[in-house]
Design a protein around this ligand. Structure first.
Ligand code: 5AD
Ligand code: SF4
Length: 480
């Protein structure tokens, strides 16, 4: 086994009182942006508790995995990785293994059978306890913990930890937000929609929204630390605060957008994901009068066949979905639209699939995530007859991908030669000499001649080349 230069061996850093000096935590996140954000918060708690974060699993004293259950593949990946990492114990028996997130909620006690070396398993509403559990175990190396009961939201706060011992004020404290230009903010949790294929309502529970003032305070705090762009997260963001009703024709979500828009120093607002149900005209109009709202919407369609939408328990028709896209494009002509589509849902015939493809071509998405239907045990669709063979799912996946890519490339090619405003996020992952950022349309841009002093700035970039996914350009301060 390879050990990194700072690897913690069994001999050295364990002191007599069995407390490690600056233990290292390796955090691996699967799944959605909500998970990314939960991981960030847990990471911040570890940092405050005296741990250092490491990207090198070989030197970890704590291995923490934040998991996703949306598709079987994601679960298998996490199980496989956690299984492999068991080897770390051969050299360092104190290593603590912890899992959090949807897979824990989904599998509960059986996770300990599948992964006998696992020490801590915390469900989606208990991630804020992970640090305390792990820390105790690392000190004592004795206990195992399972915690995934419904949480009681003290004072209606989704991430309220005031009542949690030893964790005050840490959960909403992002890791090094001062170095970030962009941050995620969770505005609600859970989902009441119960789409027939989806495990999320079982793993994330019922819809709960944070109070508007709380969200606004968090965004202000982030802006004070240098954040310039926020992405508001929720399973169905446009259902935020439904229980508070409509005021002067505006939903709670639009009222929240307006309040956030007023925050000085914040330049960009994004949100993900909305649902066509409850997507009202006030939200469409927000694209006209809220310029900080970015020109991008990720708008899951799932299928273009009305018959399949009904089986999916998505209560809209593809005609009304298209109409909404058109209304939004009228409100914001340069709006980029992306989507999620499932192929091979039980009973999906070739005609159903062709309807989906036709809708994709009609809407001309800027990009789309295409998923092969994955039966999730306990969901109604997994019990349906007419499950589609994997081979057909794969064929439809490849065919749709080709159609989506063709449109995506054409849309990006149309941007070559233009100048775009980019919020610079940091060095590119693949080449640290280059900076990367995003346009308002959420298109990733590699700035070929960008330097670190651009980080956190809105800059003009001339687009020189593109692929279906990424734009490449040069810094062009004089351009407009
Ligand atoms: N199989 C395949 N894709 C799924 N998604 C959700 N559940 C499943 C499933 N069982 C997709 C949906 C959703 C995205 C996050 O994952 O398209 O919008
Ligand atoms: Fe799952 Fe449907 Fe809720 Fe989205 S809206 S989280 S797909 S149940």
């Amino acid at each position: 086994m390879r050990n990194g230069p700072n690897a913690v061996g069994v001999s050295s850093p364990l002191m007599d009182n069995r407390i490690l000096i600056m233990p290292k935590v390796y955090i691996k996140t699967y799944g959605c942006q909500m998970n990314e954000r939960d991981s960030e918060q847990v990471a911040a708690m570890f940092v405050q508790g005296g741990y250092t974060l490491t990207g090198n699993e070989d030197e970890a004293d704590v291995v923490l995995m934040n998991t996703c259950s949306v598709r079987d593949q994601a679960e298998q990946k996490a199980l496989g990785k956690m299984g492999l990492l068991r080897k770390l114990r051969q050299q360092r028996p104190h290593v603590v293994y912890a899992m959090m997130g949807c897979m824990v909620q989904n599998r509960q006690q059986s996770l300990f059978d599948e992964l006998p070396h696992l020490d801590v398993a915390a469900g989606t509403q208990k991630y804020h306890r992970v640090f305390a559990y792990v820390d105790n175990i690392l000190k004592s190396r004795q206990e195992r913990r399972m915690d995934c009961l419904e949480d009681v939201f003290v004072g209606e706060h989704i991430c309220d930890v005031a009542s949690e011992e030893g964790s005050q004020n840490t959960i909403c404290d992002h890791v090094n937000p001062g170095q970030r230009s962009s941050a995620f903010v969770s505005i609600m949790q859970g989902c009441d929609m119960k789409c027939s294929y989806c495990i999320v309502p079982y793993t994330r529970g019922v819809e709960r929204s944070r109070p508007i003032d709380d969200v606004v305070d968090e965004v202000k705090m982030l802006v004070d630390r240098g954040v310039r762009e926020v992405t508001l997260l929720g399973q169905i963001v446009n259902r935020f605060g439904r229980e508070w009703g409509i005021e002067q024709g505006k939903s709670a979500f639009v009222r929240l957008l307006e309040r956030i828009h007023d925050i000085e120093g914040l330049w960009r607002i994004r949100y993900t994901s909305p649902h066509p149900i409850g997507f009202r005209d006030d939200l469409v109009q927000a694209y006209v009068y809220l310029p900080k709202l970015c020109s991008h919407i990720h708008f899951p369609m799932q299928s273009g066949s009305n018959r399949i939408l009904k089986l999916m328990r998505r209560p809209y028709k593809h005609e009304s979905y298209i109409e909404l896209c058109e209304k939004m494009r009228q409100a914001r002509p340069d709006l980029a639209i992306t989507t999620d589509i499932i192929v091979g849902f039980p009973g999906e015939t070739d005609e159903d699939y062709q309807e989906t493809k036709k809708t994709v071509e009609r809407i001309q998405y800027d990009n789309a995530f295409i998923f092969r239907y994955s039966p999730r045990p306990g969901t109604p669709a997994s019990e349906m007859e007419d499950q589609v063979p994997e081979r057909i799912k794969e064929e439809r996946n490849q065919d749709l991908l080709a159609a989506v890519n063709k449109i995506a490339i054409a849309k990006n090619q149309a941007l070559v030669g233009t100048t775009q405003e980019i919020l610079v996020e940091g060095p590119s992952k693949t080449n640290k000499q280059r900076m990367t950022g995003r346009t308002s349309q959420n298109k990733p841009v590699i700035i070929l001649d960008g330097s670190v002093d651009l980080i956190g700035k809105l800059v003009r970039v001339r687009i020189d080349e593109c692929t279906g996914f990424t734009l490449y350009g040069t810094y062009c301060p004089g351009c407009d």
